[in-house]
Write a protein that binds this ligand. Structure first.
Ligand code: ASP
Length: 421
């Protein structure tokens, strides 16, 4: 008991240090942008250390989860519940986004011709880079994402889904082998525990790492005046996205948590502060994954079994924040262009935004690329994504935090189905 309190105490202190680090970093970036940019190396080192842990952690965690279940078939019910949770919450997020963007109509503002011309040029370049992501291939791409012809390349590219598939099958076979594989099974579980301890060590550096990351990125934006003119013109759009994310993150998800667990969801949110702040600072669900796992298991009261399986999968496929943003952005562009969407088109946007979010990787600004699929589906001019570029780096941070929170709530919500089995 005393030990647990001490752990909580030091963890609360760490959360406070991280908050202070973020505030100081923003002050530095606003006052002395050129100095702030020089901290980039520090941020990159912290990010590298986190990313270094992702692949071994994902593999060890999924395998250890299956080994804990003892039989891969037991994954059936919780697995199904997890997928239902992912899909339904993502659709709810999209719905919130669609309602807000239709009511607030951020795209009705006048955008000056100069801004529009430069934005379209930048947008056209982006769209070209994502040109092969046509609508027809959307399902094909989603299915392909689960497979690889080379496990090492998947690891190299931090392509987590094929690694998860491999880990499920491999650990499933270990459970079938029983006694013959017991030593290996034990090693895998110990590797996972050691990796979580590793994350705890890394987190001691988090205030410093996060300070550098935030200072450098905000400093860069300030130095390039990225927040100036265009933020004014797309300010309503940004506000709509942030408001939608707040409703989903502070309303919908806590409500689901409370309905299922009958516990205070905001206490859970506070316990998840470290992964949420890390998500905000890194803009990457995948890089945040080690912190998310550690927090869910150690402080969130989520069973190891649920976290081990739900969080790695969630980091790659469950992106409520991204889906909400994609839907808002698509309708915003339609409003700028002056196209009125029919109800049918809104439904198409909702579905493609959900699929596009599933397809987005857990890396910075991945959602911007997959959004091109949404725009193409409803025949909107893709070059208009250029309008969103100057603010995307900032909105990305908020949506990544919501993505990560959605994962942790998911682990907590399906937790029971794991233990009962
Ligand atoms: N950066 C987001 C994430 O890692 C993905 C995106 O929306 O761009 O979760």
């Amino acid at each position: 008991m005393a030990e647990k309190q001490a752990t909580h105490g030091s963890s609360n202190r760490l959360t406070l240090y991280i908050c202070i680090a973020i505030v100081l970093a923003i002050v530095l970036a606003v006052g002395w942008p050129h100095k702030a940019v020089q901290l980039k190396v520090g941020g990159e080192i912290f990010l590298s250390v986190l990313k270094m842990l992702v692949v071994p952690l994902v593999m060890a965690s999924v395998m250890s989860g299956i080994l804990g279940l003892g039989d891969v078939r037991k994954l059936g019910r919780p697995g199904l519940l997890t997928i239902v949770y992912y899909l339904s919450t993502t659709l709810m997020a999209v719905f919130v986004g669609l309602v807000l963007v239709s009511v607030l109509r951020p795209g009705d503002v006048q955008i000056d011709a100069d801004t529009l011309a430069t934005s379209m040029k930048a947008g056209a370049e982006k769209a070209e880079m994502a040109a092969d992501k046509g609508v027809s291939s959307i399902f094909e791409n989603l299915i392909r994402m689960f497979f690889t012809d080379n496990l090492f390349r998947a690891a190299l590219e931090m392509d987590l889904l094929p690694l998860i598939v491999f880990s499920i099958v491999f650990a499933g076979l270990l459970t079938v082998m029983g006694e013959r594989a017991s030593a290996l099974a034990e090693i895998i579980t110990q590797v996972f525990d050691a990796l979580i301890a590793f994350v705890l060590v890394v987190m001691r550096l988090a205030p410093l790492g996060i300070f550098c990351l935030v200072a450098a990125r905000f400093g860069e934006a300030n130095a390039q005046d990225q927040l100036g003119n265009v933020l004014k013109q797309t300010g309503w759009y940004s506000l709509t996205v942030v408001l939608g994310l707040a409703i989903h993150g502070l309303g919908t998800l806590p409500l689901i948590y409370w309905i299922v667990r009958r516990e205070n969801p905001y206490r859970f949110l506070a316990n998840m502060a470290q992964p949420l702040l890390t998500a905000f600072s890194t803009a990457s669900s995948s890089a945040t994954l080690p912190v998310t796992m550690e927090a869910a298991v150690v402080r969130g009261g989520v069973s190891k079994r649920a976290s081990e399986f739900v969080l790695p999968l969630g980091a790659t496929v469950n992106m409520d924040g991204t889906a909400l943003y994609e839907a808002v952005a698509a309708i915003f562009i339609a409003q700028v262009v002056g196209v009125d969407m029919s109800l049918f088109e809104l439904v198409v946007v909702a579905l493609t935004a959900t699929l596009a979010a599933i397809g987005a990787a857990g890396i910075p600004e991945a959602g911007l690329f997959t959004m091109i699929i949404v725009l193409k589906t409803v025949d909107l001019p893709v070059a208009y994504v250029g309008l969103l570029l100057p603010v995307d780096w900032l909105l990305d941070r908020f949506r990544t935090a919501v993505n990560v929170f959605g994962d942790t709530v998911g682990a907590a919500v399906v937790d029971d189905s794991f233990s009962r089995d």
